[in-house]
Design a protein around this ligand. Structure first.
Ligand SMILES: [Fe+2]
Ligand SMILES: [Fe+2]
Length: 161
């Protein structure tokens, strides 16, 4: 079974490849499903499962608390930025759509890098029982979203490579 960290890392790789292939050429419908996946699956797993387990394992560490806050604040910013991109797209304002989309992808990719460098390595000190439980909970979020839809998005992110 894929672990929660492997699954999140795979998402990050797919996001980088997707950006390299399409970047701001992504059409509105593709962006809508991409953004929905980021908010409803990827960031949700990080905010609701990964971060609480890490905070529990590093209870007394202020630097970990600060990092967790920063990561969750980024998620809110990404969610808001995504909504404004959809609004510009729906209004047909292509210039601002592309400008904001460029910013969104840069912020998201930078954010993902800092998770890989700072957040994910902390997982090694999370107890085994919590890790197993977290894998199950992550799968529940993916199943709720729809496993078919999840793999389709990942396939789409990785296609044309
Ligand atoms: Fe994240
Ligand atoms: Fe992430």
């Amino acid at each position: 079974m894929t672990t929660i960290i492997e699954s999140l890392e795979n998402d990050h790789i797919a996001i980088r490849l997707f950006n390299r292939c399409f970047g701001t050429e992504m059409d509105l419908e593709s962006f809508k499903s991409f953004h929905e996946f980021i908010v409803e699956v990827h960031a949700k797993i990080e905010d609701e499962i990964l971060i609480p387990a890490i905070l529990e394992a590093y209870r007394d560490q202020e630097d970990v608390k600060y990092l967790a806050k920063r990561i969750s604040a980024d998620h809110l910013l990404i969610a808001k930025l995504g909504e404004s991109i959809i609004e510009y797209g729906e209004k047909g304002n292509l210039t601002l759509y592309k400008k904001r989309l460029d910013r969104y992808m840069k912020i998201l990719i930078d954010h993902n890098r800092s998770e890989e460098n700072l957040l994910f390595p902390l997982w090694k000190n999370v107890p085994d029982s919590v890790r197993l439980d977290s894998n199950k909970k992550a799968l529940e979020i993916i199943n709720k979203y729809g496993y078919g839809k999840f793999t389709r998005i990942l396939r789409n992110l990785g296609k044309n490579i």
